[in-house]
Design a protein around this ligand. Structure first.
Ligand code: KG4
Ligand code: ZN
Length: 338
């Protein structure tokens, strides 16, 4: 008998539903919330309301696209955390109701574990999967971590940010330049036209495998303030160079720590995950570094980098195989270590 998992992701501002059969992706729909654009960041209350409006149509379309009915689903997996509590509650409540109505198991998934296991989603183009143990550089809007992955559900964080996340550094610096939210993809695009050596920004490097990005943000702010003082069109004139330099700085910080982590652990299987894994320079630099150092590098398909329910469904699949189910009394959590 095949195992069909419905995955639900609602931790931030995207409502997503996916159907996976024996690890093979049948559908993965994401409804992006546009309401936050004019505020320059995600407004939690608006996010919860949009999830509420989106969740049923998104799940319905994901099942239809997969040619499955509720009776074909063997278990429902949802994001327990970390994330915005109001947003998580919508997905959790829907999943609980669905499990109860269908009399099927409920599976809770850690969002970060989901990002990491996105490498195991089978699609028509996937061919290679990382081998255990591997390292994952997990870079998103809320997290920056280096994780040793011993098995599907056995992971250990060996390095993390002590302040801002890499995605946050992209987004906050983009905001200082007057760019829209989220700034990461816009910086990526503008950087292609700029000179990455144009300027110099502070590169705080805390000891060991930890990261720090708040000093970079401050250095960027002071730099802009001084330049605007001399020329108030500075950002407009040099935004491509600013983006290219900023991006190069963030990528170098990430790659340097990953090289150190590989040296310290002796692990050469290297993966990248999370929203910032969509960044073109990070992907290219990782592949290039991997070639130089003899790593096996796995970069995720673009559609699995930012938040999506396919990664929740695949994690749900491995939990299903272990019989790791949740009770109806489970509650979502804004902060959730794994
Ligand atoms: O994983 P994700 O979708 O949500 C969280 O769990 O946080 O990550 C979102 C983050 C945002 O900070 C966004 O700016 C960043 O990923 N991001 C990028 C790119 N695409 C998304 N950052 C740099 N370059 C990109 N191409
Ligand atoms: Zn995420």
């Amino acid at each position: 008998m095949s195992i069909v998992i419905l995955g639900i992701e609602s931790s931030c501002d995207d409502t997503s539903a996916a159907v996976i059969e024996d690890g093979l992706l049948l559908s993965n729909l994401i409804s992006n919330q546009q309401v936050h654009k004019e505020y320059g960041g995600v407004v939690p209350e608006l996010a919860s309301r949009a999830h509420q409006a989106n969740i049923i149509p998104v799940v319905d379309r994901a099942m239809k696209l997969a040619s499955k009915t509720p009776n074909d689903i063997n278990a429902v997996a949802f994001t327990k955390g970390p994330g915005l509590l109001g947003s998580l509650l919508v997905g959790a409540s829907f999943a609980k109701g669905f499990a109860l109505a269908q009399k099927i198991p409920l599976i809770e998934v850690n969002h970060l574990q989901g990002h990491i296991l996105s490498h195991f989603i089978k699609t028509e183009i996937s061919s290679q999967f990382p081998k255990f143990p591997f390292l994952c550089l997990l870079v998103s809007g809320g997290h920056t971590q280096i994780v040793v992955v011993n098995d599907y559900l056995d992971m250990e964080i060996i390095g993390k940010t002590i302040d801002d996340a890499a995605g946050e550094a992209f987004d906050k610096c983009a905001k200082l330049m007057g760019l829209d939210y989220p700034g990461g993809p816009i910086v990526d695009k503008l950087a292609k036209e700029g000179n990455p050596e144009a300027f110099h920004f502070a590169r705080p490097l805390p000891k060991g495998l930890d990261f720090s990005f708040s000093g970079l943000k401050t250095s960027f702010l002071y730099f802009l303030r001084d330049k605007i003082h001399e020329d108030n069109c500075f950002i407009e004139r040099r935004k491509e160079d600013l983006c290219a330099t900023l991006q190069r700085t963030i990528v170098n910080i990430l790659i340097d720590k990953l090289v150190l982590a590989s040296k310290q652990t002796g692990i050469n299987e290297i993966t990248l995950a999370g929203g910032v894994a969509a960044n073109s320079e990070l992907r290219d630099t990782l592949i290039k570094t991997g070639k130089q150092l003899g790593w096996h590098v796995y970069v995720p398909e673009f559609k699995f980098t930012t938040d999506n329910a396919a990664m929740i469904a695949i994690t749900g699949y491995y939990k299903f195989l272990k019989g790791d189910f949740a009770g109806q009394d489970t509650v979502p959590m804004a902060r959730l270590p794994f």
